[in-house]
Design a protein around this ligand. Sequence first.
Ligand code: SF4
Ligand code: SF4
Length: 211
Amino acid sequence: MVEAFKNSWITFKSIFIGMGITIRHFFGKSVTLQYPDERPVLPNNARAKLYVNIDDCIGCNLCARACPVNCIYIDTVPSTSDVDLGKTSTGNPKRFWLTRFDIDMAKCMYCDLCVHPCPTNCIYMVSEYEYSEFNRTNLIYHFSNLEPAMVAEVKEKAANEAAEKQRQREEMMRKKAEEAKMKQIEAKKQAEEKNDGEKGSEPSKKENGDS
Ligand code: SF4
Ligand code: SF4
């Protein structure tokens, strides 16, 4: 009997506490947003989506190397001597064409590790969060602003310049080898002449000694 009263008391007490909380929230300020008619304002440091200001990127690859899931894909081509790519807004010289800069946001885990090593602060999180897609390949974002024709052109120019530099290097090494060979021949010749001179002077010494 006592146990039954005790259980009834606990039951009523739980109901009153629960209803008290419900009534308090019923008359209090609502915390539920009627999405999508209402949208939350995210804090400035929210990690919702990555963005790259490609004009400030120097193609150093530090962000891609920092990414633990390898979802940043960067391809670069060195600029040729006839092109000045200028500087970033932070004053860093740009030496590479960015032929590819893709981020797969479907793989990204929003850890922010790619943001901190960037020397020009050009990769960062933005608070845009409404970018769901039916096709996951649409979540691969392409930041390079080079057209395919331009990519082909810079690749060809870079390959030609690299081949020319290689040819010059080989030519220089060939000349150096030739010079070294000539020096060796010259040294050998001088040594032989010296030997011949010494041999020629030996009998006269002998003659002097005999007399
Ligand atoms: S936030 Fe993390 S997972 Fe996403 S791209 Fe950057 S380093 Fe990779
Ligand atoms: S770390 Fe910054 S500058 Fe370097 S490749 Fe990544 S985004 Fe570009």
